[in-house]
Design a binder for this molecule. Structure first.
Ligand SMILES: N[C@@H]1[C@@H](O)[C@H](O)[C@@H](COP(=O)(O)O)O[C@@H]1O
Length: 241
């Protein structure tokens, strides 16, 4: 098992343990490449009857605006093809923002209202410090809202699209206030390209210019990363739990 797989397994074990103790848990979920290993580990645990998702509710952090659920680049498609279609979760317990809603502002309000409580929120980390799609400059008080994606975020995510022009310019995202209400946060980081952002997140100033820095104020954040992503931190081992 390589370092990335160990990282994913460590996060999966935490989530499985939460569900074992609280079968009706609510999970906040992330997309992107980093959590793919986590979802593979949870699918394996589900297949081995080590955890059941039948009473679990999920809320995804974000969704692009303008992509249908069947568009292979939508986060709906990502979540079903990487996780939901392979576990025993009930479809009505899955919540992902609707990027095709006629009234997008109303969709943001409705989505925020549905989120009563999140037991564990899984987060990735954008290179510019974004969490979900909360870009630099987003208020720490923000709730679910519409966002114009920065060029750096669209460029980073363009690897999944034919050209950068195909990357949507807007998205719906849980706000920073929404995320910070979670009881527990698992922040997953992988790869050397994230090392700078991880160091700034851990040791930098708490500022809306670097949204992830707000996590320094949360009482229960678990940073789980591979050696490459954590290399700028002076650590006893490659995981912080
Ligand atoms: N909206 C997602 C974020 O939730 C994710 O954390 C980020 C990093 O993705 P990756 O894990 O591929 O580096 O990408 C996107 O911007």
């Amino acid at each position: 098992m390589n370092n990335y797989d160990e990282m994913s397994e460590r996060a999966a074990a935490m989530i499985a343990d939460q569900i074992k103790h609280v079968p009706h848990s609510t999970l906040g979920l992330a997309t992107g490449s980093t959590p793919e290993g986590l979802y593979r580990s949870l699918i394996q645990k589900n297949r081995q009857d080590k955890v059941s998702f039948k009473d679990v509710t999920t809320f995804n952090l974000d969704e692009y605006i303008g992509l249908s659920e069947t568009d292979t680049n939508s986060y709906h498609f990502f979540m079903h093809s990487h996780f939901f279609d392979y576990i025993d979760i009930q479809h009505h317990n899955i919540h992902i923002p609707n990027g095709l809603a006629n009234d997008l502002e109303q969709e943001c309000e409705n989505y925020e209202a549905k989120i009563r409580n999140i037991d564990i929120q899984v987060l990735g980390l954008g290179l510019n410090g974004h969490i979900g799609f909360n870009e630099p400059g987003t208020s720490f008080l923000s709730r679910t809202h519409l966002v114009h994606l920065t060029e750096s975020t669209r460029k980073a995510n363009s690897r999944y699209f034919k050209t950068i022009e195909d990357v949507p310019e807007r998205a719906i995202t849980m706000g920073i206030n929404t995320i910070m209400k979670s009881k527990k946060i698992i922040l997953l980081v992988s790869g050397e390209r994230k090392a700078e952002a991880v160091e700034r997140l851990m040791n930098g100033e708490i500022s809306e210019d670097f949204p992830a820095s707000v996590l320094q104020r949360h009482p229960n954040v678990v940073l789980i990363g591979d050696k490459a992503a954590l290399k700028k931190l002076r650590l006893q081992n490659e995981f912080i739990c």
